[in-house]
Design a protein around this ligand. Structure first.
Ligand SMILES: [Zn+2]
Ligand SMILES: [Zn+2]
Ligand SMILES: [Zn+2]
Length: 76
């Protein structure tokens, strides 16, 4: 055994990714690993909604959602 990164999927040489998959509100997915070529949730141990980024992830859907929340609280 000479495996530097030893997660269970590495051991069985299953196709997978060690990055975190980010699912945006508009359905776009991206991975924190630049080398990730197939951003499918099934290949990732870590999958998060872009809502999890308190500062905003920069996607349009996220901005829309934030603006909606802001205007809601301002109107009341
Ligand atoms: Zn692995
Ligand atoms: Zn987003
Ligand atoms: Zn990935």
């Amino acid at each position: 055994m000479d495996i530097a990164v030893g997660c269970a999927d590495c051991v069985v040489e299953r196709d997978h990714c060690h990055g975190t998959l980010i699912e945006h509100a508009d359905g776009v997915v991206e991975c924190t690993d630049d080398r990730c070529v197939m951003p499918y949730p099934v290949r990732h141990a870590m999958v998060v909604d872009c809502d999890a980024f308190a500062a905003g992830c920069g996607c349009d859907a996220h901005d829309r959602w934030n603006n909606m929340m802001l205007s809601d609280s301002a109107a009341s």
